[in-house]
Design a protein around this ligand. Structure first.
Ligand SMILES: [Zn+2]
Length: 457
């Protein structure tokens, strides 16, 4: 070894670190993962008779639930903290001052609970249901979207209608879970890091945001909604911050709250917390949320990196732009196609059918704490390169192979489902096949997770 080796290795690692960081900054800034989870959850759970035909449950305010379960929640949340410290890799411990205490002042109970979960305290958590695209809430029950989300959303999302529920109102379990499965993208995980400039970010103990732009609101939630568990060792060595992704923490926490609420006679909150946990399970089925650079193998990543060090950054910039465009293209197409199927009341659309397709459910092991890492994100990671290749085949080159084109910026209102209806039939069929396969993963993993709350058959 030459005397320069450690230095060269250091420079090399720093450069890979930068490559991965820049790639993730793009991803984290723009991405919702699957857009509007509720559209998918309605289909996935419609295929579960125990959920679709479950007796309705009575809506209950969060304050009523917390008042009734003050003591039990203190013990449950303390246990959760112990579990996370023991089993979640690179877990940032919750400061002890945030431990939920029973018997505290009722006026601050809700804030103390939200602080113990380390979620955005500005979320109002109203009683609500999301309406299917094209349907209106019953007269007088319209809930403005600004009460559901803390985000300034784009115009498409603003078209979503919400129904306000009254305490005690009977609601279908399927609707509760589906509506709740969208909530983690509505602000719960926004601004939690100490460098996000929020008062609560300073108290929560998560440290500095591991990747993404800490000044961009939506980017701040990304490390909770992605899971990079299957990269090669050299990538982790260079970019250790990749280990700081926490969907497992969120899933376990909300799953435990759900099980507790169901057992203690609060089915509305049981299913609502289950929907929150389900969101993160579904995010991990998205190949671009489980792999840093799909379609760019480790060897190529190292080569691009070597060129970059040698002063030729072109290959790096190109790779990052194309991965980001393909990621967004997949989600853009999926969102517009599913929304269109709802608007046109077309339940036989291939994506909706694939999400309801139970043919692979029985082959899955029952849910366990290891499932998010070893099954869900592993499957998405295994599909990452294939997804990237198929997108390259199935979509017009402009959108996914031109580094000068920035998806959803060059043409801000782009609707790739509409674009594809003018493409050759073979390309349309390839795209339908790919996204159907991915939506079947989404459906199957959703059902495996929700089945974990049902009595064993
Ligand atoms: Zn998400």
């Amino acid at each position: 070894m030459s005397r320069n080796s450690p230095n060269t290795l250091y420079r090399y690692c720093r450069s890979i670190r930068w490559l991965v960081f820049v790639a993730l900054t793009g991803t984290a800034t723009l991405s919702f993962a699957w857009s509007d989870h509720t559209l998918g959850t309605w289909q996935a759970l419609a295929a579960m008779p125990a959920i679709a035909a479950a007796p309705p449950v009575a809506a209950e305010t969060l304050d009523a639930f917390l008042a009734a379960e003050d003591t039990g929640l203190q013990a449950l949340l303390a246990q959760e903290e112990q579990w996370a410290r023991r089993y979640v890799p690179a877990y940032p411990p919750r400061p002890d001052a945030l431990q939920f205490q029973a018997g505290g002042p009722p006026a601050t109970r809700r804030q103390r609970f939200m602080a113990a979960l380390r979620i955005n305290p500005d979320c109002q958590l109203p009683l609500f249901l999301q309406m299917r695209p094209g349907t209106q809430p019953p007269p007088g029950s319209n809930l403005p979207w600004t009460e559901v989300t803390t985000l300034r959303r784009d115009t498409t999302a603003r078209e979503t209608q919400y129904q306000r529920l009254r305490p005690g109102e009977q609601v279908a379990v399927l609707e509760v879970i589906a509506s709740a499965s969208g909530e983690p993208d509505d602000g719960l995980d926004i601004g939690l890091w100490e460098d996000n400039g929020t008062p609560y970010g300073h108290l929560y103990g998560f440290g500095k945001q591991p990747f993404g732009d800490p000044a961009l609101e939506f980017s701040t939630q990304a490390p909770f909604h992605m899971g990079f568990f299957h990269e090669s060792w050299i990538i982790y060595k260079a970019a250790g911050f990749l280990r700081r992704t926490y969907p497992e923490y969120r899933i376990h926490l909300y799953r435990s709250l759900a099980a507790y609420a169901l057992k203690s006679g609060h089915p509305y909150w049981g299913w609502r917390f289950a929907g929150w946990a389900l969101h993160y399970v579904q995010d991990l089925t998205q190949p671009y949320h489980a792999t840093v650079l799909p379609g760019v193998g480790t060897a190529r990543m190292l080569w691009i990196n070597a060129l970059d060090i040698a002063g030729r950054p072109g290959a790096k910039d190109r790779a990052i732009r194309l991965v980001s465009n393909r990621h967004l293209a997949l989600e853009n197409y999926q969102y517009h196609r599913m929304r269109d199927a709802y608007l046109h009341k077309n339940p036989t659309d291939a994506l909706l059918r694939a999400t309801r397709n139970t043919s692979k459910d029985a082959a899955q092991a029952p849910w366990s704490d290891a499932t998010p890492r070893q099954v869900v994100s592993q499957q998405a990671h295994d599909w990452a390169d294939r997804t990237d290749r198929m997108l390259e085949h199935a979509l017009p080159a402009k959108y996914i192979s031109d580094p000068a084109y920035v998806l959803e910026q060059t043409e801000p209102d782009i609707d790739l489902f509409a674009v594809m209806q003018r493409a050759p039939q073979a390309m349309q069929d390839d795209m339908t096949q790919l996204v159907s396969d991915l939506m079947q993963h989404f459906g199957t993993q959703s059902r495996v997770f929700i089945a974990s709350f049902l009595p064993k058959p």
